[in-house]
Write a new protein. Structure first.
Length: 163
């Protein structure tokens, strides 16, 4: 019975070390990818951070994509609509309403392009710990121009749901 109790309760020290290692890799990617924000994480790394309550996940896709294509359970939906000043301001206002400027925030979109733009805008607006989820929710297109077969959140078999 004692062994079961040990299995059910994760080692807090190991969890903290695992989380910090992910943020360290994200900072290295910032340099490698020449990013103008805190860094980037892979979908499996993002899932670990979410499981340990170490970050919030904000999905920046359109409402239709979020609802019909699917989304990560517990993610926050704030649509990114590019660099048009009004929608950009709306995005930043909504982001400020759900996260502090120094709180770890993971941004995800379909293929990591829009979330990269949104991360740049968030960093420019003063968010110091904003990270892009590489590969996105659906991933890159394959040779048949289909997504989800090379990489992405769903490709990795991570939890998602659909309305």
């Amino acid at each position: 019975m004692h062994a079961n109790a040990t299995v059910e309760r994760p080692d807090v020290g190991a969890t903290a070390a695992q989380v910090e290692a992910i943020f360290d890799r994200a900072r290295v990617r910032r340099i490698e990818l020449d990013l103008d924000y805190a860094g980037a994480v892979t979908p499996p790394e993002a899932w670990i951070l979410l499981q340990h309550g170490a970050a919030k996940l904000v999905d920046v896709r359109t409402a239709a994509e979020y609802k019909f294509v699917g989304h990560v359970p517990g993610s926050i939906h704030i649509e990114w609509q590019g660099y048009d000043p009004v929608p950009r301001q709306r995005f930043l206002e909504q982001l400020r309403a759900v996260a502090a400027l120094d709180e770890p925030i993971l941004l995800i979109c379909r293929s990591a392009r829009r979330s990269d733009d949104a991360a740049f805008a968030a960093a420019e607006a003063g968010f110091t710990r904003v990270y892009n989820v590489l590969e996105g929710f659906e991933g890159q297109r394959d040779h048949n121009r289909q997504r989800g077969k090379i990489d992405g959140w769903r490709f990795h078999g991570l939890p998602w749901e659909q309305d």
